[in-house]
Ligand binder design. Structure first.
Ligand SMILES: [Cu+2]
Length: 283
């Protein structure tokens, strides 16, 4: 036997050993594969279940579902005290048709990214389909603007940032509390169940019962998640038989810290009460 043949035989044997090993492996692997596949599928089901059970959030994107929020002139927005913006479709054409939602066709929510300086505005539609409204941004910083509207029967909340130059000092988020005072001196108390947030209004220690309709409900609530300013789905409870309570269905999409901005109307004026809530019922 020459050395070349010996090498060839050795390689051949080596090949047989490997083939045998992989055959043995193949005989065992199907079980392993099946187990792995089972794991994956059950994991997938769990994920799908969790996703289906999770309330979705809005307002994290500037463009969604073929619609995009565009600020016409950023400099004008920060310097002239007036903002003009529009919703454009995927070919850049200005969307003109909006549905009435909460009594209006367009709601503009403005808040600095540290969750201070909340504003809720109702812009006027211009002849070209855009929107404009006076906007005063008193302090420097990065602001989040939410255009909340419905078009073609589909509700949308698009978010965009707007920066105001100048020295900026972030405001620390107030501690979680179940009582808040409006600038106008109304005290609002919050009570919460897993499905519902309930607000009761007091003035000088007396319960205020004559709350006027505001935006087609007993109040308006905006709930934002600290950290990414995710905009929560909130539904006013239509049942007004409770008299002075203002109720909403709120589902927290995750654990975390949230800022709730309640607006209600008394004596023809809109009042805002803000609450910090920690660790929603997300699980
Ligand atoms: Cu509004």
């Amino acid at each position: 036997m020459n050395s070349l043949l010996r090498v060839a035989l050795f390689l051949g044997l080596l090949g047989l050993v490997f083939a045998g090993a992989s055959l043995a492996g193949a005989a065992i692997d199907p079980d392993v594969d099946r187990e792995t596949a089972d794991d994956h599928s059950s994991g997938g089901e769990m994920d799908a279940h969790a996703t289906a059970g999770q309330p979705t959030v809005k307002g994290l994107a500037q463009a969604e579902d073929g619609l995009r929020l565009v600020i016409d002139d950023r400099r004008q927005a920060t310097e002239s005290g007036r903002i003009a913006f529009r919703i454009v479709d995927d070919v850049g054409a200005t969307v003109r048709d909006f549905d009435v939602e909460h009594d209006r066709r367009m709601h503009l929510i403005v808040v600095r990214r540290d969750l201070s300086g909340f504003q809720h505005l109702h812009p006027r539609q211009t002849a070209d389909g855009g929107w404009e409204v006076p906007l005063r941004l008193a302090a420097a910083g990065s602001y989040r603007l939410f255009a909340d509207f419905s078009s073609g029967g589909e509700p949308h909340t698009l978010g965009i940032d707007l920066n105001v130059d100048g020295p900026f000092e972030a405001r620390e988020l107030p501690e979680p509390a179940t009582t808040a005072l409006t600038e106008s001196g109304y005290e609002v108390r919050l009570a919460e169940t897993p499905d519902e947030v309930r607000f009761t209004v007091f003035k000088d220690g007396t319960r205020v019962r004559d709350i006027e309709p505001y935006l087609g409900a007993r109040g308006h609530l905006v709930a934002l998640r600290e950290g990414d300013l995710a905009f929560l789905h909130v539904h006013p409870e239509s049942d007004a038989s409770e008299g002075s309570d203002i109720r909403f269905a709120v589902e927290y999409p995750s654990k975390g810290t949230y800022r709730l901005f309640l607006q209600f109307k008394v004596d023809g004026r809109v009042h805002t009460a803000a609450f910090t809530r920690e660790d929603g019922h997300g699980d």
